[in-house]
Structures are given as structure tokens and as C-alpha cells.
Design a protein around this ligand. Structure first.
Ligand code: CA
Length: 221
């Protein structure tokens, strides 16, 4: 899952990025509204964290532009403390959730997880496919109840497929959603990760659909 943070306070931005990366997300950081708007218009994110008070273009305008352009990714706005008018304006402009500053990082991550889950049509924070379980809260994966250790990239790939279970996901889509902007994106590495995941979780867990991509289905028993 790939997340965009638009935040102009350097310390907060950096801290959020490293926390989210630690929680298994690919993260891009923009430090002004113009940059943020551009990234959100041209890249595909699973969610955006958007500060409202931003240099160049303010957060509400950025959000309003995205929605007018038809960009539908879930957006969580960061508002000044106790500013109810900010919250109302944010929700009116098309925000999906808001959080007042200062906030607990744990709460931000929990809200982000919920937003991503809901937008991909998953009600529970625990995702299942056959005997494989992925707990989006802890980042732990089990097969038949036994813990399986995945690398960060393997986890990102599996998590994206599990969020979109039953759909065919192309290699390009995977690249867009598991790597951040600065990552050296080589589509061959996707196949390498898929092979490693199959070794750890079983050969049938991910189906290759020739010419289209990959799909994760409930195994037929
Ligand atoms: Ca700000």
C-alpha cells in the first residue's frame, strides 16, 4: 500500500514518513501544496494524509482540485486543534476522515488502515485467503496458524493482493502501489517477490494470469 503525506512541518513530515514505512507502507512526502497536488494527480495512492495549512496552495484547495479531477483516493486531513470549521470545510471538500493536531501516531495509523480497508471493500482488519491470514494491525502473516516471516517488500505485495482478493492485479499496478517514488522500479523484481511468497506460503497462493498479472483467490478444495 502506498501513501502520500503532504505536510510542510519538516520534523512532523519526516517522522510520519519513517513511522509509516516502519508499518509497511511505501511513502512519498510532499512539503507544499503545489507538489502535493501534482503527486496526487499523477501517481496512484491508496491513501493521502493532507495537512490543511500549506505553502503555495492550501490543503482545502488541493483536495478540491483532486476531487474535481476525479481522483478518488481516500484522504485524511490534518486540522488545527479544535477548529471545527476546518473539519467541516475538509469534509465538504471531499475528505474521508480528519485528525486534529497534535495527535497520537497510533491513532493516525489506525485511521489510515481503516480508510484503506474500507476503500478496498474490506470490513475487517484481518484479511484471509484460504488458510493464510494477514493482520493489518500487527503486520503479521500466518499460514494454518503458523507464523510466516516475510520481508518488507514481500509483505507489501501480499498485502496489496489480499486487499484486492479475487481481482486481477497487473504488474504495473503492483509497482505503483508497493514502491515509493524514489524506488528503482524494475518490473522483474515483482516476479522475484511472487516466487519467494509462493515458496513461503505455497505454490497456489498467487495465480499468474498470463499477459494480465496476478490474482489471489480462495483455493478451491
Ligand atoms: Ca502546516
Amino acid at each position: 500500500m502506498r501513501v502520500l503525506i503532504v505536510e510542510d512541518e519538516p520534523n512532523l513530515g519526516r517522522q510520519l514518513r519513517s513511522t509509516l514505512e516502519g508499518a509497511g507502507y511505501a511513502v512519498d512526502l510532499a512539503t507544499d501544496g503545489e507538489d502535493g497536488h501534482y503527486l496526487g494527480s499523477t501517481e496512484n495512492y491508496d491513501a493521502v494524509i493532507l495537512d490543511l495549512g500549506l505553502p503555495e496552495v492550501d490543503g482545502l484547495t488541493v483536495l478540491d482540485r483532486w476531487r474535481k479531477e476525479g481522483r478518488k483516493m481516500p484522504v485524511l486531513v490534518l486540522t488545527a486543534r479544535d477548529s471545527w470549521s476546518d473539519k467541516v470545510a475538509g469534509l465538504d471538500a471531499g475528505a474521508d476522515d480528519y485528525l486534529a493536531k497534535p495527535f497520537q501516531t497510533e491513532e493516525l495509523i489506525a485511521r489510515l488502515r481503516a480508510l484503506i480497508r474500507r476503500s478496498s471493500g474490506n470490513a475487517s482488519s484481518e484479511l484471509n485467503a484460504g488458510d493464510i491470514r494477514l493482520d493489518t494491525r500487527s503486520g503479521k502473516v500466518t499460514k494454518g496458524g503458523e507464523p510466516v516471516k516475510l520481508t518488507a517488500q514481500e509483505y507489501k505485495l501480499l498485502s496489496y493482493l489480499m486487499h484486492h482478493k479475487g481481482k486481477v492485479v497487473s504488474r504495473t499496478e503492483l509497482i505503483e502501489h508497493i514502491y515509493d517514488q524514489d524506488f528503482d522500479r524494475d518490473s522483474n523484481t515483482i516476479e522475484v517477490f511472487v516466487t519467494r511468497i509462493r515458496k513461503k506460503l505455497g505454490p497456489d497462493v498467487i495465480t499468474t494470469i498470463r499477459g494480465l498479472g496476478y490474482s489471489l483467490e480462495e483455493p478451491v478444495s
